[in-house]
Design a protein around this ligand. Sequence first.
Ligand SMILES: [Zn+2]
Length: 81
Amino acid sequence: MKCLIDGCNASGKIRGLCPICYQAAVASIKKTCITWGYLEDAGLADKPQHKPSGHGAFTKALRKLNDNKALHKLNREEGDL
Ligand SMILES: [Zn+2]
């Protein structure tokens, strides 16, 4: 599938964008107040594909890490009392 961006002929890999356009989109989101939802509505990005491996597994691992951190924080706060 071709990259969604007009004038870009690379193949779309992430959210319908090629890696270069995807990075540009991420940079724009960080720099401005636009969101992926805005880009999706404008037809400049696809919704993320949820695959059983890769990104999903990473997100799950990250959530677990954050849960552990929250637990540590809670324990520490209780210890201060
Ligand atoms: Zn592109």
